[in-house]
Design a binder for this molecule. Structure first.
Ligand SMILES: *Cc1c(COP(=O)(O)O)cnc(C)c1O
Length: 461
């Protein structure tokens, strides 16, 4: 039974052929890849749901904007165009581009780490954010509501901060040891789950009370605003831009991977509300690390495309279609009994692999096992978000356990149709039917930092 859906709010002007290679070939390639789909060539993938980061389609307006790129090293016209859009959306005084989100992180986060023993607290740190916090010599502490971990139970804002825990954490460590509060919106690692405005407001109030800086890690701030409009009382008549602005008012610093809600293939944003001193410090560091402050690692043409993409991402028809694609895929899986993080969030369907393959222990990476089986089944590439990604505890060096052993089926923006999503759904459902045959994995090579990208593994037994 097919669910009804509304057609894509665009027509296709350019196509990129994809093809499905044979199952025998996939078996061989996955073994060569060390059972890590990051090592596959994209041409050997039929439908690529590895990430929504930089993988979306640009609009005709964005392609046209590329031609206006001003590649001047300093004072590029394209910088000023992008700056005006960022200031318009955020209401902040200062903007510096970065080559992508992690570029913004590496420049800004160390500025807030003033001494040893400091920590950032977030509803949930994204993996590169966690890595940059640790590289800066601080700890990354997650503080999400408990409902987030009950994948089968409905909660409209599973990305929310646990407010009591937040306060307790600050008291326990001492406010002088907290480098900042990072609001990750949407909460990527928890399933692209939104955070309510009420929760963001309460979090910001706690931060103010203790005099702590508030950062928005806002790769998907527009998607979060869409959920606020849909699910939170008092917002249904507000525009996405109005809701986004209300969000930015709560923070001091905005870091963004523009590869997400920037609808661009590459780019990052640093915006600072009004702290001129911090702005100057960041400006100084950005030169050796990312580039001169009017390009920060981006080409002029990419700044033009981003200036257009940021505005298109606030369009409600676009957002509604995007969220509907995610919801559709989630519903098809849920109907077939596949356990998912429910309700679906913004950019992906997250399959609960702890429930999918309960016979595989966390340190044999159940979600990675499901990801691999899905590639073999249907040529679809997904990604593990679980213990493989979390890595090892910095103190004990043990693998970190988490109730969220997830397979993320990430939907690129404006890229695939509902027919593609049906292929994905059928693939996952077929793997689910033979879930008892899935096996755990062990490392044959384990990198020290961000191991999931380049690890090599083999099936156990
Ligand atoms: C993608 C992402 C980042 C890192 O951005 P890159 O552009 O991949 O470097 C940081 N935080 C969140 C929440 C993200 O989704």
């Amino acid at each position: 039974m097919k669910k009804s859906y509304k057609a894509e709010p665009y027509r296709i002007k350019m196509v990129e052929p994809i093809r499905e290679i044979s199952k025998d070939k996939r078996i061989e390639l996955l073994e060569n890849a060390g059972y890590n789909p990051f090592a596959l060539r994209s041409e050997d993938v039929y439908i690529d749901l590895l990430t929504d980061s930089g993988t979306g389609a640009m609009s005709h307006e964005q392609w046209a904007a590329l031609m206006r790129g001003d590649e001047a090293y300093a004072g590029s016209r394209s910088f000023y165009r992008l700056e005006s859009v960022v200031k318009h959306i955020t209401g902040y005084d200062y903007f510096i581009p970065a080559h992508q989100g992690r570029g913004a992180e590496q420049v800004v986060l160390p500025k807030l780490v003033k001494h040893d023993n400091m920590a950032f607290i977030s509803n949930m740190h994204f993996d590169t954010t966690r890595a940059h916090v640790e590289i800066a010599g601080a700890r990354a502490i997650d503080c999400t509501i408990d409902e987030c971990f009950k994948t089968g139970e409905y909660h409209p804002f599973k990305g929310n901060f646990h407010l009591d825990k937040l306060r307790a954490l600050i008291d326990e460590r001492g406010k002088e040891n907290i480098a900042g509060i990072i609001m990750t919106i949407t909460n990527n690692s928890a399933g692209g789950q939104p955070v309510s405005m009420a929760n963001l407001r309460a979090t910001a109030a706690i931060a103010r009370e203790y005099g702590l800086p508030v950062l928005i890690d806002g790769a998907r701030y527009a998607e979060n605003a869409w959920f606020v409009k849909q699910r939170e009382q008092g917002y249904k008549d507000k525009s996405i831009l109005e809701i986004a602005r209300e969000t930015f008012e709560l923070a001091d610093i905005f870091l963004m991977s523009a590869k997400k809600d920037g609808l661009s293939n590459m780019g990052g944003i640093i915006a600072i509300r009004n702290d001129k001193e911090l702005y100057r410090e960041v400006q100084g560091t950005v030169v050796p690390m990312e580039g001169f402050p009017t390009y920060g690692g981006m080409s002029g043409r990419d700044m033009e495309a981003l200036a257009v993409g940021l505005q298109e991402a606030l369009d409600e028809d676009y957002l509604t279609h995007r969220m509907d694609q995610v919801r559709y895929l989630g519903e098809r899986l849920k109907e077939a009994g596949v356990p998912i993080q429910y309700p679906t969030g913004g950019h992906a369907v997250f399959v609960d692999c702890k429930a999918f393959a309960p016979h595989i222990p966390f340190d044999q990476f159940p979600a990675q096992s499901v990801v691999n089986a899905l590639y073999l089944e249907s040529g679809v590439r997904a990604v593990e978000i679980g213990s493989l990604l979390l890595g090892r505890d910095p103190d004990t060096k043990a693998n970190i356990d988490t109730p969220l052993q997830l397979m993320r089926l990430t939907i690129p923006r404006r890229t695939y149709t509902y027919a593609h999503l049906d292929v994905v759904a059928e693939g996952v459902i077929n793997v689910y039917k033979k879930r008892k045959t899935l096996r755990g994995l062990r490392f044959t090579y384990e990198p020290k930092i961000l191991r999931h990208f380049t690890a090599k593994m083999e099936p156990i037994g």
